[in-house]
Structures are given as structure tokens and as C-alpha cells.
Ligand binder design. Structure first.
Ligand code: TEU
Length: 549
């Protein structure tokens, strides 16, 4: 398997990254035009979210053809050029494989609809009467997880939108088709795969109502999941030492992740888990307003760090993606300490054990969209929940407050390249509004400022390459119960690194168990440090990385 421990991966949401032809949608040529910027940042690999032909009900996660490029995003020739140009800069491409479901516009589903038995077996169809769904499971985007087709007299399962029909992995022909798709992309020079909600692919033998929840306990980390991943690995990427794989694991358990991302490499290189991003939820319910629980955040991150390491398994480490609000708005401070807090948050993640992921715009400190009118929103999940929340009795104002905090559109506004019109993203009408703060939050300004968030990310990426202790060392949490400091120690072959971060905007002092004078500061978001003996005084959102050999 490819070396992925000292690399940093950058996520691109093509629709919102850079528009090369003025139609208001980002595209592949737009990505190619920004490769020098990405090379300057220092990332090794680009994960591109789906650009395959799709009706775009879920922004491309509803794939209608896995082997082609949607004309909205360009052509296969554009993609091949992107692969070549990225490769010249030492950057690999990782594609997003949405294998839990297809769009209902996919030819397989269409043929199923037309009555072909072979293709009906590609999906999860159940006989039944139109007034009673096979189970009471709830879709992740709200509403029932089943849809009735009167023409067939059958229901089909869709864990996500009604236009995203779940595939039947029990069927060996489906598994063979999907493996073939991976071989197709490998042959094009793709060096990585991200597998969308891949721990949901194995459904239970018996479909029954969930009287305790929304049904997820029956299909999450399902009965044959490890068998399926092992098979896919053996049939495709497992034989190729150049390929990096990451599984997106929805509501997973750590025990399963030991196997998904184990050192034996039988399944995947690493996993995304999301428990640390539910600390501002109530249980699994995200459509609520509660403050983030810092104690819980540390506890979860540390337990995954230690737990996975104890089993030789590997984490992807991240704050942001296209489904999450912007981290500086979520756990930092968009106002007075915007710069300090964005750097501190980056520091917490990037010095951990695991492969860091940066989501486009995170490296310049982009903030939530915070839209105040429903016609500014685009995401199907937000549109559904705006309605559902009000049906539950919330006022429109409350519904907006919740969307402004939790909507996935918060991170989907266009990349802010310049202070100019539409932040330099497009010369046309952007498909979703550009954040007005592009006047001062933009890549152009940050490239010119040595002290910018961009340059801090650049240093963090360089640090991981320079100090083996970050990529290969053990991690030990420090002062776990401290209510405002996030601190840990890394150790590798006699090298030691201390990472000490003030998570809040108030000054604090922190007492280390060791003498700090022996350490040298290798990175910080402040120039002057207040260290005396084993005590350090931390300024608002201060992050300090100390090192000794
Ligand atoms: O996300 C899976 C997923 O679990 C989230 O969509 C989650 O349900 C949502 O954020 C809950 O608030 C992946 C993709 O990343 C996402 O963009 C897709 O919409 C989804 O799968 C379906 O393919």
C-alpha cells in the first residue's frame, strides 16, 4: 500500500472550486488551473467529489454513470489532462466511489423499472402493499427510507434521497460490476479511492422495524461488510502498492474500524469516522441548537487516536468536508480571533497520528455561509429539514437558526480566490452564492501575507514531512480533563513533540509535567511565548508545537 502516513490530502468539491467557462459551476479545467496553488500548499493527493453524469439531486452523489465525466464538469480529455498535470507536480488523484446506491437515472435502475429481472436484483426491491412500507426505517435526508413503485407493485430502499436507490451487494454481479469500475479508473492513472458511506453496503438478512431508532443499527457495519471489502480489495486496489483508499464510515464503531483500516491492509488504508463531529448534536440528531461539548470532543478524538493505534489501524484526521459546517465558525471564532483560531484548529488535527484532510477553503479560513433565506439554500437535506422542522412546530426563525449552524451548504459556497466579483470563482452567475467576506477572506490576499492561515497550513504540511514523530510516533493525551487546553505528546525513537493548544479566546496558564525549557518551539500562531519552567501562559487560541530530540 502506498505511503500515506506523511502525506496530506486535499478535498475538492468541483462544483464550487473554480469555474473555467463562466457557466457558474466549477469544472475540471478549473481544478487544473489551480494546481500550482495546490502544489505550493504542499498537498500530495486531491480527493475530488463526484463529477460523474448525475441529475445532481445530491450534488453528484447520485451517480447515473460511473465511467464518464458529466459534461457540466468537462470531458474525459479534461480529466486526463488534470491527471497528467497533477502528476507532473507530484500530486495524485483520488476519486469518490458512491457504491452504496446509484441514481434512479442510472441505466441499471431504468432497466429494473422496465421490468428486467436481472436489474431488479441489482437493487433492494420488496413486494408489499402500497400502504405499508417494508420497514419503518428513516432516510438520512428525512422521511421514509422506502419508495413504492405502483407500476411494479414493489418498494425500493433508499437510505438517502428517493433518487438514490440502494444497491444489492448480496448479488455477486453487482460486486463484479463495481470492481470493474475501479479497474477502469485505475487504468486511467487514478491513485486513490474514497468510498462513500461504504459501511452501509451490507444489509441484514431479515428486514424488520426498528423500535429503538431509525433503522441504522440493522445496516451500519452490516453482517458481510468485512467480506465485501476484502473481496473488493483483492479484486482491485489491494494488489497495487500505489493506491490509497479511505472509507467514509457512517455511525461506525471503533471495533469495526480496527478491521477496515488495519495494518494488514486487507480492507482499506484508512477511515473517516464522525463521532467527534457530533459534539454539537443531541445524540444523532443534528437539527438542534446546543453548544459544542469540548470535553466530549477531546475524549472522542483521544480515544480514537489511542484505540486505533493500539490495533495498528489508521485514521483519517479532519474537521471539514462538504457535509460539515466550516470549522472556524463551528469551534473557533469568526470575528476577533479568526486567524488565530483557524490556525489553532488546524494545528490540533495536523499534528495527530493519522492522515490529515483539508477541505477546499479551510486553508484560507473560510467561514459558514449562514444564509438567512431559504432560496439561498441548495442542499436537498437542508430543504427537507427546513420543512420538517416547521412541521414539528418550530418557528421559521428557529428553523433558520438551525440551518445557519448545521446546513451542509455552509461549506459548499464557492472557493474565495480573490476579493473581486464572485470571489474570482466565476465570471457568470454562481450556482450558490459566494460569501460576501471574500472581500477580505481570499487566497490572493493570503498568498501575499507571510502570517496568513494559508502559510500556517503550508508549514503544518511541511512539518509532517520534516519530523517523523508526527507521521510515525505514538500519541499520549495530556491533562485530558482540562476545560480549555487541548494538549498531547508525540513520541518516536527518542524524539518528543508537545502540542499545546488553547481552544478558547481567554488567556490561560498550563502546567506541564515536564520542564519546557528543554524544548524548542517549531511552530506557533504567536511570535512570543510565555514559558517559565514547566508552566506556559497561553494567549487566546494560542497553539504551540515544542520539540526535543
Ligand atoms: O455522506 C454520508 C452521510 O452520512 C452524510 O450525508 C450525512 O448523512 C449527513 O451529513 C447528515 O447530516 C455521504 C456524502 O459525503 C454526502 O455528500 C452524500 O450526500 C451522502 O453520502 C449520500 O451519498
Amino acid at each position: 500500500m502506498a505511503e500515506f502516513k506523511n502525506k496530506v490530502i486535499y478535498q475538492i468539491y468541483p462544483k464550487s472550486f473554480c469555474d473555467s467557462n463562466g457557466d457558474g459551476l466549477g469544472d475540471l479545467r478549473g481544478v487544473t488551473s489551480k494546481l500550482d496553488y495546490l502544489a505550493e500548499l504542499g498537498v500530495s493527493c486531491l480527493w475530488l467529489t463526484p463529477f460523474f453524469p448525475s441529475p445532481q439531486r445530491d450534488n453528484g452523489y447520485d451517480v447515473a454513470d460511473y465511467r464518464a465525466v458529466d459534461p457540466r464538469f468537462g470531458t474525459m480529455a479534461d480529466l486526463e489532462e488534470l491527471i497528467r498535470e497533477a502528476d507532473k507536480r507530484g500530486i495524485g488523484l483520488m476519486l469518490d466511489m458512491v457504491f452504496n446506491h446509484t441514481s434512479t437515472e442510472h441505466a441499471w435502475f431504468q432497466r429494473a423499472l422496465a421490468g428486467e429481472k436481472k436489474y431488479q436484483d441489482y437493487y433492494i426491491f420488496k413486494e408489499g402493499s402500497p400502504d405499508k412500507a417494508p420497514t419503518n426505517w428513516v432516510s438520512k435526508f428525512g422521511g421514509p427510507a422506502w419508495e413504492y413503485l405502483p407500476a411494479l407493485g414493489k418498494w425500493y430502499l433508499h437510505l438517502f434521497d428517493v433518487s438514490q436507490a440502494d444497491l444489492n451487494w448480496e448479488n455477486p454481479e453487482v460486486r463484479a460490476e463495481l470492481a470493474d469500475i475501479l479497474r477502469f479508473w485505475k487504468a486511467k492513472g487514478i491513485q486513490g479511492f474514497r468510498f462513500d458511506v461504504v459501511n452501509l453496503i451490507s444489509k441484514p438478512a431479515v428486514y424488520e422495524d426498528d423500535h429503538q431508532g431509525d433503522g441504522r443499527r440493522f445496516y451500519t457495519d452490516g453482517p458481510k461488510i468485512h467480506q465485501y471489502l476484502k473481496e473488493l480489495n483483492e479484486a482491485t486496489f489491494g494488489r497495487d502498492p500505489g493506491i490509497i483508499t479511505v472509507g467514509e464510515m457512517s455511525s461506525t464503531s471503533m471495533e469495526n474500524c480496527f478491521r477496515y483500516a488495519g495494518a494488514d491492509g486487507q480492507e482499506l488504508s484508512m477511515v473517516f469516522s464522525f463521532h467527534h463531529l457530533k459534539v454539537d448534536f443531541v445524540g444523532n440528531e443534528k437539527w438542534v441548537l446546543v453548544p459544542a461539548d469540548f470535553g466530549k470532543l477531546k475524549e472522542i478524538l483521544f480515544s480514537w487516536q489511542e484505540g486505533m493505534a493500539a490495533h495498528g489501524a489508521w485514521n483519517a484526521v479532519f474537521w471539514c468536508n462538504h457535509d460539515q459546517p466550516r470549522v472556524v465558525s463551528r469551534f473557533g471564532d469568526e470575528g476577533e480571533y479568526w486567524k488565530e483560531s483557524a490556525k489553532m484548529l488546524a494545528n490540533v488535527i495536523h499534528a495527530m497520528r493519522g492522515t490529515p484532510y483539508i477541505y477546499q477553503g479551510e486553508e484560507i479560513g473560510m467561514t459558514n455561509a449562514g444564509f438567512g433565506s431559504i432560496d439561498q439554500y441548495r442542499d436537498v437535506e437542508s430543504l427537507n429539514h427546513f420543512r420538517i422542522l416547521q412541521e414539528k412546530g418550530l418557528t421559521e426563525e428557529n428553523a433558520y437558526q438551525i440551518l445557519q449552524i448545521h446546513s451542509r451548504d455552509n461549506s459548499r459556497t464557492p472557493m474565495q480566490w480573490t476579493s473581486g466579483e464572485n470571489g474570482g470563482f466565476t465570471t457568470g452567475e454562481p450556482w450558490i452564492e459566494v460569501n460576501k467576506n471574500c472581500s477580505y477572506i481570499n487566497a490572493e490576499a493570503e498568498l501575499q501575507d507571510d502570517d496568513s492561515i494559508f502559510h500556517y497550513y503550508q508549514k503544518l504540511i511541511a512539518l509532517r514531512k520534516e519530523y517523523d514523530v508526527i507521521a510515525y510516533g505514538e500519541l499520549k493525551p495530556l491533562d485530558e480533563k482540562n476545560p480549555s487546553v487541548f494538549a498531547y505528546e508525540r513520541e518516536y525513537q527518542g524524539e518528543k513533540m508537545l502540542v499545546i493548544c488553547n481552544f478558547y479566546g481567554k488567556e490561560v496558564t498550563w502546567d506541564s509535567e515536564t520542564e519546557l525549557g528543554e524544548y524548542q518551539c517549531v511552530l506557533s500562531n504567536y511570535e512570543v511565548h510565555n514559558i517559565e519552567g514547566s508552566r506556559i501562559g497561553l494567549k487566546p487560541y494560542e497553539a504551540v508545537v515544542l520539540y526535543k530530540k
